[in-house]
Design a protein around this ligand. Structure first.
Ligand code: ATP
Length: 228
């Protein structure tokens, strides 16, 4: 049976604040398949970022199971989490987080821990291909301050796909963009998800872009429901 790119099973997350226990996620389960683009919506403070951090091996759940591709994240083996993040997950944040002193093409080559010449060549080709997919082929030698907001975010998404992740996790990727540019960026995430059979999970406040995703989950009072 084909596995999913991401499986969260019966996730509970509580934060402790002195004597108080604040349960932010209650028995949350979701699965995202390869080629699927899912969105999470919900009011401020409902636990969306917490869920994304758990899915991205940045935060451990109080209870429940996280599986990324074939890898089951275990609390006993946290040393392994760095490797999972590096090799299986692509992160995109609200603001692009590009490095100001690197050209576009070099932003992608940053993830250059591979040593062999062949691997390096493949990586350079992959970077060029991704930047072309994102319509940035004429911007390879630009520094971030010469790019528009939408272009910067597109570079950030291309960079997140460099390591061939199982899943792309995006926390409000359109927050800093106007309507049109925001939509364009989300269309590109969708296209890449389909083209490379990746999964993507996006937190968003913007209901106008939900027609671009395959599935929509809403979190409210710590509980998740699938809307479609
Ligand atoms: N490290 C922490 N320690 C204690 N409480 C936390 C911590 N991180 C988040 N919380 C609490 O958990 C709840 C959910 O926070 P979270 O950031 O996941 O919500 P969100 O849905 O992403 O909100 P927003 O849409 O405003 O970004 C909030 O009540 C928040 O105060």
């Amino acid at each position: 049976m084909e596995n999913n790119a991401l499986e969260l099973k019966h996730i509970t997350k509580s934060y402790h604040d002195g004597e108080e226990e604040n349960t932010v996620l209650k028995d949350v389960s979701i699965s995202i398949g390869y080629g699927e683009f899912a969105a999470i919506v919900g009011p401020s403070g409902s636990g969306k970022s917490t869920l994304l951090s758990i899915a991205g091996a940045l935060l451990s759940p109080t209870a429940g199971e996280v599986k990324i591709g074939r890898t089951l994240l275990s609390d006993k083996n946290k040393k392994h989490w760095d490797k999972v993040r590096r090799e299986q997950i692509g992160f995109v944040f609200q603001s692009h987080q590009l490095l100001p002193y690197l050209k576009v093409i070099d932003q992608l080559k940053l993830i250059d821990w591979l040593s062999s010449g062949k691997a390096r060549k493949e990586q350079a080709e992959h970077a060029a291909k991704l930047l072309e997919d994102f319509g940035l082929e004429s911007r390879l030698n630009y520094y971030p301050d010469k790019l528009s907001g939408g272009e910067k975010q597109r570079v950030a998404i291309a960079r997140a796909l460099m390591n061939h992740p199982d899943i792309l996790l995006a926390d409000e990727p359109t927050a800093s963009l106007d309507k049109e540019r925001g939509r364009q960026v989300v269309e590109m995430i969708r296209d890449e998800t389909k083209k490379y059979k990746k999964a993507a999970l996006m937190v968003t406040h913007d209901e106008r872009i939900l027609d671009l995703v395959d599935s929509v989950y809403r979190i409210e009072n710590g509980e998740i429901t699938r809307q479609r």
